[in-house]
Design a protein around this ligand. Structure first.
Ligand code: BTN
Length: 252
């Protein structure tokens, strides 16, 4: 894919593509350590060892999805890195909306769903020391052309939701353009403006949820997300708990 057609400020000026690789995260880390500039993208048609959040694997069949990692070098404190994940979730949701007309939702912290089923996920990994971020790798995986029977439970694909074939190139372009736009929004307008956009997709806010976090289950109402990307849940005892990681289940 040519950078020229993207018309972006930072993202996708350099794109390294693979037919198959172990994980685009590992390639991006190697490049990041070697001084690769901000905005460079590593994309693969398929991954043999795609990884997800919480130590899970990410099924990456060849030609069926979008699997890419982006190197970013923002000036952020370590505690502020979740801002990048929320920014990326906004970009993924906007890209799906723009390229397909579907109505994506974001489930905290960074799952993108359509009609309640996960269509894309984001994995943010950082390289840094003490309180300084050296670089961040944002990995995005999207199920595009996989169909029923080839998708893990509770997941969906763009093709399944459209009821017909989806254009992976168009979606990838939209994704890189929206990442560029959201990252620029974060840098220029600050995190509150990203958080506001994020809330616009976060339909689970206000709903009754169950969060499984570090082996603990918290039941309550999703109140909001604060400026660190931390989820606040009003539990049945009336206390508001702040959670920084975990899996949300929306109670129907
Ligand atoms: C999640 O668990 O929801 C995050 C999934 C992230 C998957 C993407 S695919 C591209 C990049 N390479 C990986 O190995 N993982 C991320």
């Amino acid at each position: 894919m040519e950078a020229a057609v993207l018309n972006t400020i930072r993202i996708g000026k350099r794109i390294t593509t693979y037919e198959t690789t172990d994980s685009t995260m590992d390639v991006a880390h190697r490049l990041g350590q070697a001084g690769e500039p901000e905005g460079s993208v590593v994309a693969a048609e398929g991954q043999s060892r795609g990884r997800g959040r919480l130590g899970r694997s990410w099924l990456s069949p060849k030609g069926k999805g979008i699997y890419l990692s982006v190197i970013l070098r923002p000036t952020l404190q370590l505690a502020e890195v979740p801002r990048i994940t929320l920014m990326a979730a906004v970009a993924v949701a906007r890209a799906i909306q723009a390229a397909t007309g579907l109505a994506p939702e974001i489930k905290w912290p960074n799952d993108v769903l359509i009609r309640g089923r996960k269509v894309a996920g984001i994995l943010t990994e950082l390289n840094g020391e003490l309180n300084r971020v050296n670089y961040i790798v944002v990995g995005i995986g999207m199920n595009v052309n996989s169909v029923k029977g080839h998708l893990p439970a509770h997941t969906t694909s763009i093709e399944e939701q459209l009821g017909g074939p989806a254009d992976r190139v168009k979606l990838t372009q939209a994704l890189l353009v929206e990442l560029d736009r959201a990252y620029d929004q974060l840098l220029r307008q600050g995190f509150p403006s990203i958080l506001e956009a994020w809330r616009g997709f976060a339909h689970f806010l206000g709903r009754r949820i169950r969060v499984v976090a570090q082996g603990r289950t918290v039941d309550g109402q999703a109140v909001d997300v604060d400026s660190d990307g931390t989820l606040m849940v009003r539990t049945d005892t009336g206390l508001v708990e702040s959670l920084s990681a975990g899996e949300v289940l929306v109670v129907r």
